[in-house]
Design a binder for this molecule. Structure first.
Ligand code: HEM
Length: 517
């Protein structure tokens, strides 16, 4: 590699915290393993969008918080880049070795293929629509009762139960009764809700702690992890067991689920009759993946949207007006009607821009590679990545990047504003502001933000397969509730992300509700 690359032995000039021999930056990072998101943002503030650090057992990590580099890495996900043994070991423990998260190569392809039926339009029309039709009246009754009795409740928990209920009904035709019309239901513990949060939280800490097997024995999280996982396995195994015992397990096939017939079959019965699934662990890992990936992320999007909307109430008025004008206050909407709700879609995407699904992520370089130069941002040289390096990014930091070019940069690099206007900034100087208007055109139509500048659903081969499902759930939720209710957070203060694999909100989010009719 010639001198013109940065990050080579000849030019090791990537910035980053100074480490110590053998242990690298262990002591600057290990104490922050439960708040790595904030730590990465702090380091970005100090060193910029490109910096390195090293950890024993993990080697060098290069932080690449720019869309130009992310585009390159995501395009080659699975070929030049792998999740790496650390992440795979963590995801093999949860959500499982046969899940899309814990596998690569043929195993990963198979896990994506068997999940496909649930994300097809026919599945939305029948199973998801039915789940929403059954769940949304329960939400409305719950909220009417809460409004009548003046009960304040944890909106975060409410959203988590809504998305779990819809997911379980749509995929397994299972009524969890996790959410009822009685607001008191939120105070009864639910095993699935509880265990998934524990597993999520502990797994997140493992990703940045090469010594997790040791430290978890000392701090007690090892036994908490194992007991939560046993509980979750028990719930899922019982579901599968009960279903195999019923006749319809044998009658619904993959083909039926994908066909237009009125079959009442659901995703689980299709899985059970898929001849390519002979391994019970694959079946369990697939169901756990859906619960893990689908419940938490949708809950977070709903909770953060209320947080942002409560600080920008004009957008609540616009959503409400849209819901009444388009849907006439109906209980549920059809999947093919979602595009008629541009304001709702803009609010979802703006929420996810600020509070993305997987706030931080990483890949291991399987061979030497070169990331492109970005001269207009001062990265005049391509960046050398060596085999065995980790590239690491924070969607949270990248999509909030307020950096803009100053005129002298342009002059220095002999560039004009017209050269590549989309590269001039990530989301602009107001990137930290919640402004759904950035996803609407002059006619008020929703404009899907381009990947990977918008990276909340990921990009490349591992792009989130559940984005349409989450969008349908999000629009249905707000379009059904805003015409009838006002939501008022009890505390007006700032909210922070919890340390988790997904963008969970820290603490409870207490909300009062008022009926509008
Ligand atoms: C607002 C909601 C959601 C957000 C923001 C979101 C975000 C993401 C992101 C960023 C990834 C990529 C992770 C990576 O590259 O390592 C991902 C992957 C995934 N998501 Fe979602 N997701 C959402 C909802 C859902 C739903 C509802 C489901 C299914 C029920 C789902 C299933 C998955 C699966 C299975 C993967 C793994 C893909 C793979 O590794 O091949 N997601 N999601």
């Amino acid at each position: 590699y010639p001198d013109r690359f940065v990050g080579t032995k000849a030019r090791p000039d990537l910035p980053g915290p100074r480490g110590v021999p053998l242990l690298g930056n262990l002591f600057q990072l290990l104490p922050h393993r439960r708040r790595m998101l904030q730590r990465l943002s702090e380091l970005e503030g100090q060193y910029g969008e490109l910096f390195t650090f090293t950890m024993p057992g993990r080697g060098r990590s290069i932080v690449i918080n720019r869309p130009e580099w992310l585009e390159h890495v995501r395009k080659h996900d699975g070929t030049r880049y792998s999740k790496g043994s650390t992440a795979l070991a963590v995801f093999k423990e949860f959500p499982g070795a046969r899940s899309a998260f814990g596998s690569e190569g043929q195993l990963w392809k198979h896990s994506r293929r068997i999940m496909q039926p649930i994300f097809m339009s026919q599945s939305f029309d029948r199973h998801v629509a039915r789940a929403l039709n059954e769940t949304i009246p329960v939400l409305r009754n719950f909220l009417h009762k809460a409004a009548e009795s003046g009960v304040v409740f944890d909106f975060n928990e409410f959203c988590g139960r809504y998305s779990l209920e819809v997911l379980c009904k749509a995929t397994m035709n299972l009524d969890t009764a996790v959410l009822t019309s009685d607001p008191a239901c939120l105070s009864t513990d639910h095993k699935m809700m509880h265990t998934v949060s524990i597993l999520n939280h502990i797994s997140s800490g493992r990703l940045h702690n090469p010594l997790w097997r040791l430290t978890e024995m000392l701090d007690g999280s090892r036994s908490a992890f194992h007991s939560a996982r046993e509980d979750l396995f028990a719930v899922v195994d019982k579901l599968v067991c009960d279903r195999t015992a019923t006749a319809d397990a044998q009658t619904t096939t993959h083909a039926q689920l994908e066909s237009d017939s009125d079959s009442d079959g659901d995703f689980l019965s299709a899985l059970l009759s898929d001849p390519s699934i002979t391994d019970p662990v694959l079946l369990r890992d697939t169901l756990i993946t859906l619960l893990f990936a689908g419940r938490d992320t949708t809950q977070n999007a709903l909770a953060w949207s209320l947080y942002e909307l409560s600080r920008r109430p004009a957008w609540v008025d616009r959503m409400r007006e849209e819901a009444i004008r388009v849907g006439g206050g109906t209980e549920t909407i059809r999947h093919d009607e979602v595009h008629s709700y541009p304001i709702h879609l803009a609010v979802l995407h703006e929420t996810l821009r600020l509070w993305p699904g997987a706030p931080k992520n990483a890949r291991l370089a399987l061979s030497d590679d070169v990331l492109p130069s970005v001269p207009e941002h001062g990265y005049r040289h391509p960046v050398r990545v060596s085999k065995g390096d980790y590239v690491l990014w924070s969607d949270y930091a990248m999509m909030r990047n307020c950096k803009v070019l100053i005129l002298t940069d342009l002059v220095a690099h002999r560039l004009s504003w017209r050269d590549q206007p989309h590269l001039i900034q990530v989301w602009g100087p107001d990137a930290r502001e919640f402004n759904p208007a950035r996803h609407l055109d002059a006619h008020g139509q929703f404009v899907k933000p381009p990947q990977p500048r918008f990276h909340a659903f990921g990009a490349g081969p591992r792009l989130c397969p559940g984005s349409r499902l989450a969008t349908y759930e999000f629009v249905s939720f707000w379009a059904a509730l805003l015409p009838l209710f006002d939501f008022v957070p009890v505390e007006a203060g700032e909210r922070f992300p919890a340390d988790a694999l997904t963008m969970s909100m820290e603490g409870s989010f207490m909300v009062a509700v008022k009926s509008r009719v």
